[in-house]
Design a protein around this ligand. Structure first.
Ligand code: DGL
Length: 263
């Protein structure tokens, strides 16, 4: 039993889509979230920059005595996880293996689409991980670099739909039955994405499986919290604490949430 918090990190708000699933799955766990809004989007950056930025977040979370770290970011998982896992003995959990597992399990026509940042698509990690489970699945990966900044900008619905539809245009005609939301920001615009691809495509959010996997790891290692009360949740951003708090409160349905700014 271990009452230390679970650490989660992302370049910005997107990681909250994972926080939400983790809290739903493990309501007695404390969490600490670090979002690097001052440096997002990560997906347009080079690998060495992504590693160096993610290292800052990782070291912050380790300084808060977390028991496990979730890279609630596909870009960090693809570009920084192998390097940074070698620098700590605290387990780091990524999101791509979980997304790939769900996609391989759920596709019926053995055709899967993946939308993600440029850095994630360049890694081809989704294709590799899906093929690791089933070589027969055809995977189409499409970079959609405008979408994570769109979520952060909190644009009105009509603007959101226009940018989402334009970003998904290259996928028209690809007849996959499952589309992986390969960036943790995308669940925030799932409605617009679903409208763009049509109701016949099922959207796959890796976060469902990430929460389950994290639970399994904590249970296996005897690290689940032992308390009857609800966990406490802390949020840190390198961006504007006020606007982060507003969006996080609404997304997580935590009316008292107040994020803190970190330099
Ligand atoms: N949320 C991040 C991901 O899952 C990245 C967004 C970004 O900073 O480009 O890839």
């Amino acid at each position: 039993m271990d009452n230390r918090p679970i650490g989660l990190m992302d370049s910005g708000l997107g990681g909250l889509s994972v926080v939400k699933k983790v809290i739903a799955k493990m309501p007695h766990e404390d969490t600490i979230f670090w979002g690097d809004q001052a440096h997002m989007p990560y997906g347009d950056r080079q690998q060495d920059e992504i590693i160096s930025l993610a290292r800052t977040g990782l070291n912050f979370l380790l300084s808060q005595n977390v028991k496990v770290v979730i890279f609630a970011c596909n870009t960090m998982t693809a570009q920084a996880m192998p390097t940074l896992q070698a620098e700590t003995d605290r387990q780091i959990i990524g999101v791509i293996q979980s997304g790939a597992l769900l996609a391989a399990k759920k596709t019926r026509n053995l055709k899967v689409g993946v939308i993600a940042t440029t850095a994630t698509v360049e890694s081809q990690d989704y294709t590799k991980e899906i093929h690791y489970r089933n070589q027969k699945i055809k995977v189409v990966e499409q970079a959609t670099p405008k979408l994570a900044p769109l979520v952060e900008a909190n644009e009105p619905a009509a603007v959101r739909q226009a940018i989402v539809s334009e970003s998904l245009q290259p996928l028209v005609g690809a007849d996959f039955d499952s589309l992986v939301l390969g960036c943790t920001h995308y669940p925030f615009i799932a409605k617009e994405i679903q409208a763009a691809v049509g109701p016949q495509v099922q959207l796959i959010d890796p976060a469902d499986q990430v929460a389950q996997y994290t639970f399994n790891v904590l249970k296996r290692d005897g690290l689940l919290a032992q308390r009857q009360t609800a966990g406490q949740h802390q949020y840190f951003t390198t961006g504007q604490a006020a606007s982060f708090s507003t969006m996080a409160r609404a997304w997580l349905d935590q009316p008292d949430l107040t994020a803190q700014h970190l330099d």
